[in-house]
Structure formats: C-alpha cells, structure tokens
Design a binder for this molecule. Structure first.
Ligand SMILES: [Zn+2]
Length: 402
C-alpha cells in the first residue's frame, strides 16, 4: 500500500515525488500509521529492493487483501496515478469503495467514474469476475492493466490466462479500424513501469483456447491519454498477420502429434465415424474474424465441424438453428462454448455462426436462400494433398482480406 492514515486521521502517501528516503526514515520514528480501511496499525517498510510501502502485520484480518506488493506493482501504481493527475483527472490512489468492499488501485472521479486495477500477480478467475462485476453494477468503468511481467509468448503467440482474457475490451464502433480481415476492435493493455511504456495488444485472434496472434503496439506513458484506455484511437497497423496466421495453420496441420483439447478429440472421433480425414480439414476452415474471440475454441475446430454438417447435408438447405440442433444431438455443443468477456457486450452462438456462413457465401462455397444455407463447393471428403491445402489456406485468407 502507498497510502496510510496518521494518528490524527490525515492521509500520508508514499509517492516518491513527496519524500526522500531519509525523510521517510525520520517519519517512521515520529509517527504511527494506520490502514484507511480496517484502521489497524501498519508497518512502513523501507528496504533497498523495493520502493517503500505500507504492509499489514501478519495477524491482520483486513478485508482488503490486495495482491502481494511487488516493486513493479508499487511503481506501476504510482506511475499510473501521477499520469492521470498530469492529464488533469481528479484521481485517488487506493480508493476504498465502502459499499463494494473493494479498493481500486486508482479511482477517477467524473460523470462516468473509472476504477483502474494494475494487476501484476495471478488472481483466480472468479475473484476477477466478482470485482469486475462489482464495479460495473455500481456504474463504475473497470479498466484492468496488467504488469508487463505477465506478458508471455509461445513461439510468436501471446499467451493469456483466463482472468486476462476476461479483461479484454472492445473499442467503441466510432474508433476507426481498417477493413482487413484481421482488423479487430478487441484489445488488452499492459504497463511496464521500468520503461514507462504501455503495451497494447490489439487485433487479437485465437489460435487455441489460451494462445493468440495479435498486434503489439508500444506507446510511451506520456504519449497516451487516460481516455485512450477505453477509447484506443491511436493507429494500430496490421503487420504481417496474414503471414503469421497462415504459418501457424501450417504448423497445426503438420504437427499431428500435438496435445489436443477434449473438443478436438471429440471432433476427430466424429470425423472418423463420418469418414472425413480430420488432419485434411478444408482450407476454408480456420478463417479469422473479430467476432470469433467470443468462442473459447479456435476457428479451425468449430468451422471444420460446420463444414462436416454442410457436406453431410449437401443438396439440402440447412438453417443455423438446425446446425446447432445437430451439434447438440451429436454431443458436440462444447465446440460452441462462449468465452467469458464481461467487459464486452455479449454475442450469441447463432450470430457468430452467421458471420462464418456469410464468409463461405462470399467465397462462393455456400449458397443462401432466405435463412438457409447449402454447400456447393467441391467435396471435402477426399482432399488428400497437403501441399494443395497449404496453398489454399493462404488463398482463401487473401480472397477475404480484400
Ligand atoms: Zn486494513
């Protein structure tokens, strides 16, 4: 903690702009410090590894259990607080909301109040959800910014844990975006106090349940305004996302021995029963769209399933509710599991399936009559040349990217 109360009830903050280390050592002898929430006595820690901070004594049962205060967390919190002040916002550090029994790292007053949470350590998904919903239900806009220590990549894919994906926001429609197939308004934000740098990941597309390709945008703290945390109107270029998407699809096709999810395991068994070759899934499966982030499973999985259904129904017209019915009857509904995105307006399974079917219509693979669809492309049962598929993977993306 960076804020405590003195004996006489006045606030005492540890912002480094206020006091030198020697002054703090003198203050520690002179004063006693108390928690603004539970009023128990606090210990002022002045070490060499971390920025000075207040801590509860071990026997405390304070309601506000913040995360372990790493140096990065303390510094980030201070940076972000001072940054909002410099930008003319009326801000409070470690602001306790009595009714919610929650303490925001930084609270911005205004017509639409904002709670900024700077999170450097893990928290359980349900705790994250409870805090997020607590703010939302009280008319407070929660903004989660993660410590840059949390940024993880596998190959060139960004890895996000469940509570991190739950913090994904969507830029409002009035924020202009490009017309690329890979353009997406969904984004997540990190902050690095050592480099004084915001790191945004935008144009997020899922490759697996927890890995994503995305565009990294680094912006110095002082080039960003607080409103841009929820209205990111800065340029977000679409660099080489096509190439990265095609490459990762290729790896997926070639790496047949990788660990597969339960859903993929189910789909492989279903493919076998229906005499499809799963590893040769059509090139028009695994097509991106910003909406697909709402599904927990990656596009190639659920899209392959839809194409199996379409091929099986060849010569007939099939509607989206019928596709969902068949899926449920076969026990494959987990393929359409929705991701928890509490900061984004909800989507629905049928709406997402409609986006994909429209992409197939645009590729002249599916015909549409009123609300029904019929597959008119070549048979997907006997696609046997991997070389051909790899070329097609790129071709279909390029066609849709226009
Ligand atoms: Zn306390």
């Amino acid at each position: 903690m960076l804020v405590a109360l003195l004996e006489n009830g006045t606030q005492f903050s540890l912002l480094s702009v206020n006091k030198t280390r020697d002054e703090l050592l003198r203050d520690r002898k002179k004063h006693q410090f108390f928690c603004p929430v539970c009023k128990s006595q606090l210990c002022l820690k002045i070490g060499t590894m971390k920025k000075p901070y207040f801590a509860h004594y071990p026997d405390s049962d304070c309601q506000v259990h913040g995360e372990p205060e790493t140096d990065q967390h303390l510094r980030g919190k201070e940076d972000l607080y001072l940054w909002t002040i410099r930008n003319g916002r009326k801000a409070e550090l470690e602001y306790y909301l009595k009714t919610l029994k929650q303490r925001a790292d930084i609270f911005l007053h205004g017509i639409e109040p904002i709670a900024i949470e700077y999170q450097c350590s893990d928290i359980p998904e349900d705790v994250h959800l409870r805090r997020t919903c607590g703010y939302c239900h009280s008319g407070i806009l929660p903004i989660w910014i993660f410590g840059s220590n949390r940024i993880r990549f596998r190959k060139d894919r960004l890895i996000l844990s469940a509570f991190e994906t739950s913090s994904i926001r969507r830029a409002p429609p009035s924020v202009q975006k490009s017309h690329s197939l890979f353009s997406s308004s969904y984004y997540i934000c990190f902050y690095d106090p050592h480099r004084k740098l915001f790191i945004f990941f935008s144009n997020i597309h899922s490759c697996t349940k927890t890995s994503f390709i995305s565009q990294e945008i680094d912006l110095p703290l002082d080039q960003v305004h607080p409103y841009q945390l929820f209205y990111p109107d800065f340029q977000s270029p679409i660099n080489n996302l096509i190439e990265r998407w095609v490459q990762q699809k290729k790896k997926q096709r070639l790496n047949v021995y990788r660990k597969v999810s339960n859903e993929e395991d189910w789909l492989r068994r279903q493919a076998y029963q229906w005499h499809f070759t799963f590893s040769m899934y059509p090139a028009f499966c695994g097509i991106p769209h910003e909406q697909y982030i709402h599904f927990k499973n990656p596009p190639y999985l659920w899209q392959t399933w839809i194409c199996y259904i379409l091929e099986k129904a060849r010569g007939h017209w099939i509607t989206i509710p019928q596709i969902i019915q068949v899926t449920v009857r076969k026990g494959g509904q987990a393929l359409f599991t929705m991701r928890r995105l509490p900061l984004v307006s909800e989507s629905r399974i049928d709406l997402i399936l409609a986006v994909y079917l429209e992409q197939l219509v645009a590729l002249h693979l599916v015909a549409k009559k009123q609300q029904a669809y019929s597959y008119i492309g070549e048979s997907i049962r006997y696609m046997t040349s991997l070389d051909h598929l790899l070329k097609q993977d790129r071709l279909y993306i390029q066609k849709l990217d226009k």
